[in-house]
Design a protein around this ligand. Structure first.
Ligand SMILES: Cc1cc2nc3c(=O)[nH]c(=O)nc-3n(C[C@H](O)[C@H](O)[C@H](O)COP(=O)(O)OP(=O)(O)OC[C@H]3O[C@@H](n4cnc5c(N)ncnc54)[C@H](O)[C@@H]3O)c2cc1C
Length: 396
């Protein structure tokens, strides 16, 4: 039988997360350290300490690393509550890109790498980046990867340029995707050429942060960087997983990561709806509260329907993953559907608020702008639909 009930202990934890975000985190939404390039590191550290004090830090971590080893469904319930403020996931150390990077490192880092890089991230002491997208290479199609690594028999030398690299400035842990060039030295070492992941420190010569991009979103710590690798020399111990397998590892990271984006943004969209409902109840026009005009009540009703459908779509993909399935198709459908629908929810909330909807009098304006980016990362909608379409043609 399909059971949609949430166990009582999970309800209690969800409510605790919501209270934490409401009482402790939301006051920081007006903090000047929430800049046009996202929260500063200092703000992040302050928020992390609040979550640590409430035992709400990195709750998704595997049990062997001191976390709760949440199932995907449990994550869906708690991340939705965390997303009530875009700073909630930052405080609880379950925001992108760290959350996905921790997941990936938990799967493929060797014990030494896990101790050196993963442990401090789980403890909330370090941030990380995943550097894949390039101005003229990898993007929607990661196979277009241009950044190149050459092996000389002892070390790798990486050269290339990336952009849209979230959190680049100040991140300690770097996961870099580069194409490993074939060579006699590589063959002699028994290593496969092709797309490869490297794991290294951010503060070293060879990693040049050209600038932080000015973007319309501001929920990610340190914003998004343009980065150059200038003869970046890495030892063999910097290999993350096996050579030639980066695209497979990226998929391993992306399937759950795109779902956790859906969970957090669902919480943010609900917050926008909550603010819009309050406005519709109290603001009057033409002799009655605007919410009593059918045009406004329909906007709010459409939002309610969309939020409900998004939640069910997320839960279904999570349910499949908790049963051990990869759910690539379902998580792809969820990502494209949820990102499109939640953006419409945010847009309707702006409309219900009237002129103040586009101002920072409420947080709805920020949610609207931040939500726009969600339709692009972890696969633009069209790319997911392209994959879904190919599967339909293959299977029918
Ligand atoms: C806020 C944000 C944060 C990001 N953070 C990171 C990060 O930390 N690390 C990182 O490596 N990257 C990051 N990215 C980059 C992100 O992964 C890319 O934007 C995404 O993969 C799309 O690549 P692109 O921007 O190069 O778009 P392009 O590949 O140039 O695609 C442009 C458009 O073409 C269309 N398109 C492409 N392929 C198809 C297709 N098969 N069918 C139909 N239409 C298609 C889509 O509409 C797409 O939006 C981030 C992006 C954003 C917006």
């Amino acid at each position: 039988m399909i059971d949609f009930s949430i166990p009582a202990d999970l309800v209690a934890e969800r409510d605790r997360v919501r209270r934490f975000v409401t009482d402790r985190v939301i006051p920081f939404e007006r903090d000047p350290r929430l800049t046009a390039h996202g929260p500063t590191d200092e703000l992040r550290r302050d928020l992390v300490e609040l979550a640590r004090a409430e035992d709400l830090l990195t709750i998704q971590a595997p049990k062997e690393f001191g976390g709760r080893g949440l199932t995907h469904l449990e994550q869906a319930v708690l991340y939705e509550a965390a997303g009530w403020s875009t700073l909630g996931p930052v405080a609880m150390n379950c925001a992108a890109p760290d959350e996905g990077n921790m997941f990936l490192l938990g799967k493929i880092a060797d014990p030494e790498q896990a101790e050196r890089y993963l442990r401090p991230m789980l403890d909330g002491h370090q941030r990380s980046v995943f550097a894949m997208t390039e101005p003229c290479g990898a993007g929607s199609d990661p196979a277009q990867l241009n950044t190149e690594a050459r092996f000389d028999g002892a070390n790798f030398t990486v050269n290339g340029r990336k952009w849209l690299i979230t959190g680049a400035k100040g991140a300690k842990t770097w996961i870099i995707m580069a194409r490993l060039a074939p060579s006699p030295e590589l063959a002699a070492a028994g290593l496969e050429p092709g797309p490869t992941l490297f794991l290294t420190d951010g503060d070293q010569p060879g990693i040049v942060i050209e600038r932080t991009m000015n973007t319309m979103d501001r929920n990610y710590v340190a914003g998004h960087g343009v980065v150059r690798f200038d003869d970046l020399v890495l030892p063999r111990s910097a290999l993350l997983g096996e050579t030639g397998k980066a695209l497979r590892y990226a998929q391993l990271r992306l399937a759950p990561a795109r779902l956790t984006h859906c969970m957090r943004w669902l919480g943010a969209a609900e917050r926008a709806q909550h603010i819009a409902i309050e406005h519709a109840r109290t603001r009057t026009a033409f002799g009655k509260p605007i919410g009593e005009h059918e045009g406004v009540s329909f906007l709010l009703a459409d939002n309610e329907i969309a939020l409900h459908q998004c939640r069910l779509t997320i839960w279904h993909a999570c349910w499949l993953m908790d049963r051990g399935e990869q759910a690539r198709h379902e998580s792809s459908m969820a990502k494209s559907f949820v990102s499109e629908e939640l953006f419409k929810v945010a847009d309707r909330c702006v409309q219900v608020l009237g002129g103040i909807g586009i101002s920072d009098e409420t947080v709805v304006e920020m949610i609207f702008r931040d939500m726009r980016a969600f339709r692009l990362y972890d696969g633009p909608t069209e790319v997911h639909k392209y994959a879904i379409g190919r599967k339909i043609l293959r299977d029918n």
